[in-house]
Design a binder for this molecule. Structure first.
Ligand SMILES: [Zn+2]
Length: 255
């Protein structure tokens, strides 16, 4: 997980989205909580493109690249239809219906993170403070899931090699890892493969860098540094782990 710098709001949300939001709030006032959500608005192509671009085509949670074959989902950080504090709870409805078309509530994530892990889970530090309608103050809530477009996940989730862990054992990192399955074996395995490449690149730099007289070797060191630098970029898959590992290995040394 990395920090996501939110881009400008797509127009469809400020037009059709706002109209629908008002309609949903009016429906709530009438006591009708049987909401229908229009995927054509929050899942509009312009919204998907904006989200994918600002997230560098990566899942907002696990940082896997979203490819043509692994269709991603527009994710509602605060679930629109209903919510659960824990997996074993009954679904509480309505959910955060008034945020169904709200730009700051939308992210893009891989199907696995969305449909197998997060689903309708939205745990709060104190569930009594949960906003239950558009009249309630969401500022009272303390979500236990890190919102990567609000908080920097780097401050909450560290890596021991490919395995994520909650920094200082705090509840935000711990809950985020558990709820989203960020330490699931399939992900650990993919990150492990990536890390073995990173380790090899670092070995080349360390070993070859010790022979300054050899021109070919120095060329290789420069190329390897460039390669390594690319793996730390925001656009690179699993860059949070790569950056954490490199920082531990060589500190703040400029590549
Ligand atoms: Zn994911």
């Amino acid at each position: 997980m990395i920090f996501i710098q939110r881009s400008d709001e797509p127009e469809v949300l400020t037009t059709a989205g706002q109209t629908e939001q008002k309609a949903l709030c009016a429906q709530f006032e009438q006591g009708n909580h049987d909401f229908e959500f229009k995927g054509k608005i929050y899942g509009h192509n312009s919204v998907k493109v904006a989200l994918r671009t600002m997230q560098h085509d990566k899942c907002c949670f696990c940082e896997a690249k979203i490819t043509h074959i692994s269709y991603g989902d527009v994710e509602h950080y605060r679930p629109k239809g209903g919510h659960k504090q824990t997996e074993s709870d009954q679904l509480t409805q309505p959910g955060y219906y008034w945020l169904a078309y709200t730009w700051s509530n939308l992210l893009f994530c891989c199907t696995l993170c969305n449909q197998h892990y997060k689903k309708n889970l939205f745990p709060l530090k104190n569930p009594v403070n949960r906003a239950r309608s558009h009249h309630d103050d969401m500022a009272m809530e303390e979500p236990l899931l890190i919102n990567p477009s609000v908080l920097n996940p780097r401050d909450y989730i560290g890596f021991r090699d490919e395995i994520p862990y909650p920094i200082d054992d705090q509840i935000y990192g711990k809950t985020t890892i558990a709820v989203l399955g960020l330490d699931r074996e399939a992900l650990n395995e993919t990150r492990r493969s990536k890390l073995s490449i990173i380790k090899s690149l670092l070995d080349v730099i360390t070993l070859a860098g010790g022979q300054p007289g050899n021109y070919e070797l120095q060329q290789l060191v420069e190329q390897t540094k460039q390669n390594l630098k690319q793996q730390t970029a925001l656009t690179a898959e699993f860059s949070a782990m790569v950056n954490a590992f490199i920082f531990l290995a060589i500190g703040d040394v400029e590549l």
